[in-house]
Design a protein around this ligand. Structure first.
Ligand SMILES: [Zn+2]
Length: 129
């Protein structure tokens, strides 16, 4: 038994799936996409959610360079966070593999899991393809 709250356990499952290179999103019967963990569709309230494979490539929609991080990412700064459009869903994570200042909207990226420099916790990252 885990004493983690359910929503954290669900997010850990999502990180596991990304780490196994089988990331997925939840699709309701009306075709809305959302990221796990969800029990109902955030758009229409449908509870018929099925796990659907996430596209391999996404596009950076918005990004931000972080100089003053939360304690969890203290050793990682500066870094860029981005919201990436994967079609039905948008995913937030850190951009790796390039200078944070060089990150641009419209770049194509893939999703991966890395460890923070601060505490080696798992973090969702984007690699520029
Ligand atoms: Zn829906």
């Amino acid at each position: 038994m885990s004493d983690e709250p359910a929503r954290d356990a669900g997010y850990a499952d999502f990180l596991d799936a990304v780490e196994d290179e089988t990331p997925y999103y939840l699709e309701c019967s009306n075709g809305h996409g959302s990221l796990p963990p969800r029990h109902v569709c955030p758009d229409c309230g449908d509870s018929e959610l099925s796990e659907t494979e996430l596209p391999e490539f996404g596009t950076i929609q918005a990004h931000n360079v972080v100089h003053v991080p939360t304690p969890r990412f203290q050793e990682d700064t500066p870094y860029a966070t981005a919201i990436v459009d994967f079609g039905p869903v948008s995913v937030t994570g850190q951009v790796r593999g390039m200078e944070p200042q060089a990150v641009e909207n419209g770049l194509e990226v893939t999703m991966d899991i890395d460890r923070t420099e601060t505490d080696e916790d798992r973090v969702l990252v984007f690699d520029v393809s």
